[in-house]
Design a protein around this ligand. Structure first.
Ligand code: SAH
Ligand code: SF4
Ligand code: F3S
Length: 477
């Protein structure tokens, strides 16, 4: 009987990608995915360290899982903690949660099968549990692997056999920017780009396995500079724009390409031009700005000012007039004055975002900003966040309202919550609920937007006039 693997994923899309790869790595060991932690033989928490709350969740989830295992008498469940909290606090996890079997970082998960085999052997030999914790759980010596190994995990990953319609593909990882608030350069390590040929192979495998849309992922994706394919002209490394053009030209049936997350400083001329001339590249860009104040951007070490951001947005809009933007904002960064915050509000009013994420600054141990003076009082942070979110929500609603009544190409991705309904996405990444049959999953249909929900749209498939008659006749016959 297949063993069951439950993976809970926190944080960014890179973690979603990594979780899918971990599931693929464990399939040969007989683990099949489950959505129900209560029936799992192995649990992986793929964690995020970006803000304090994100990492706190890990310890509370471990507590919940422990209680669940005790209740169902399933002490043999293997528990692994992966991802960025594992990387940053691996030893602490082993100390605080002695029932965790495996702790592994984002760059060592290709070693998971070996670690699971070791953990399983240890259990079977009953050598692992010489003592029991005060809560009656076995206490063992968890395996810890949070190196940054010389080999690349990407060289050890199996070929994808099954893909969602909208798939992620990691092309770049790590970050050398060192924004003063951010843990990513420490948890993911130095910037690294995968070779073009490997990415094209993976894109083809994803499409063969059912993908129609691929989102190219990287913590700093537009800093991509991957080894050029053998014999290719134009230098030894290719930038992101060149990779996008290659995918658009060489991967038939790849209907849509997106990329995330970009840094404003790395938006080069060719990438801006690609938005104008690669039809598969979708007109939606996540371009975090964090703040509208030059002074704050400087202390954040973002390495650009507000004007550069404005200029890039203008140039992108000139290349592709229907391009819509999303962004990330941090409010209450140390030293942020009411005036600085007002500058952020002004920038938001000026750019008009289609959607955005906004966060209260959260000090992260070991980052330079955690030692900065003049913290903004929590009540003030809350007030600013509320004000910013009200504006961003209003902009998002206005953006969605503008779609009402229009006919848009929607990529149908998966079943919706109700029977007979599918969920798809517009070019601007808005979710649309549509009455359609499961056989249409993977198709791009023309849909008229009929209704607005809080977070999604509703639409009806527009039947082109030429097709109406034969369909009706078929139905009669
Ligand atoms: N690679 C992405 C960032 C990933 S983190 C980039 O460079 O844009 C996603 C977002 O989390 C960041 O854009 C930032 O807005 C937010 N964030 C990161 N560290 C934070 C912190 N210490 N406190 C609050 N928000 C933070
Ligand atoms: Fe973090 Fe800045 Fe790198 Fe983004 S660019 S991952 S915010 S250090
Ligand atoms: Fe979180 Fe790590 Fe992603 S800290 S946002 S999971 S890179």
């Amino acid at each position: 009987m297949a063993k069951k693997l439950f993976i809970k994923t926190y944080g960014c899309q890179m973690n979603v990608y990594d979780s899918a790869r971990m599931a693929e790595l464990l399939a040969p060991l007989g683990y099949a995915p489950t959505e129900d932690a209560g029936e799992a033989d192995m649990v992986i928490l793929n964690t995020c360290h970006i803000r304090e709350k994100a990492s706190d969740k890990v310890f509370s989830e471990l507590g919940r899982l422990r209680a669940d295992r005790r209740e169902r008498g399933a002490e043999n469940v293997i528990v692994a903690v992966a991802g960025c909290v594992a990387q940053a606090e691996g030893a602490e996890i082993i100390r605080r949660a002695p029932d965790v079997d495996i702790v592994l970082g984002p760059q060592t998960y290709h070693r998971l099968p070996e670690m699971v085999a070791r953990a399983t052997r240890a259990r079977d030999a009953k050598t692992r549990f010489s003592r029991v914790t005060s809560e009656g759980m076995p206490r063992g010596a968890g395996l810890l692997d949070t190196e940054f190994p010389a080999e690349s995990k990407f060289d050890f990953l199996p070929v994808t056999q099954d893909s969602p319609v909208s798939a992620f593909l990691a092309i770049q990882e790590g970050c050398d920017k060192f924004c003063t608030f951010c843990v990513v350069p420490y948890t993911r390590g130095a910037e690294f780009s995968r070779p073009v040929a490997r990415i094209v192979d993976e894109a083809r495998a994803l499409v063969a396995a059912g993908a129609r849309e691929i989102t190219l992922l990287g913590q700093n994706v537009n800093a991509y500079h991957g080894e050029a394919p053998n014999g290719a002209a134009g230098g030894s490394t290719w930038p992101l724009a060149r990779l996008i053009r290659e995918l658009a030209d060489r991967v038939p049936d790849l209907a849509r390409i997106r990329y995330t997350t970009s840094h404003p400083r790395d938006m080069d001329d060719d990438l801006i031009a690609a938005h104008g001339d690669v039809p598969q590249l979708m007109p939606f860009l996540h371009l975090p700005v964090q703040s509208g104040s030059d002074r704050v951007l400087e202390t954040m070490n973002r390495q650009h000012g507000v004007d550069l951001y404005r200029r890039i947005v203008d140039r992108l809009r000139a290349a592709r007039p229907d391009l819509a933007f999303s962004s990330d904002f941090i409010v209450g960064f140390p030293g942020e004055t009411a005036q600085d915050f007002e500058a952020t509000m002004t920038l938001v009013r000026e750019i008009e975002f289609a959607m955005a994420y906004s966060f209260k600054y959260s000090p992260r141990p070991g980052t330079p900003a955690a030692m900065m003076e003049s913290p903004v009082p929590e009540a003030e942070q809350d007030a600013r966040l509320q004000e910013l979110q009200a504006l961003l929500n209003a902009q998002q609603q206005a953006f969605n309202r503008a779609a009402l009544g229009r006919v848009l190409p929607v990529l149908l991705e998966k079943p919706g919550r109700r029977d007979g309904q599918l969920v798809g996405k517009t070019p601007h990444a808005q979710a649309v609920h549509i009455e359609a049959s499961p056989g249409q999953i993977g198709a791009v249909v023309e849909a008229r937007i009929t209704d607005l929900g809080r977070f999604s749209l509703r639409g009806d498939i527009e039947t082109p006039p030429a097709q109406r008659a034969p369909r009706a006749m078929e139905a009669c016959a």
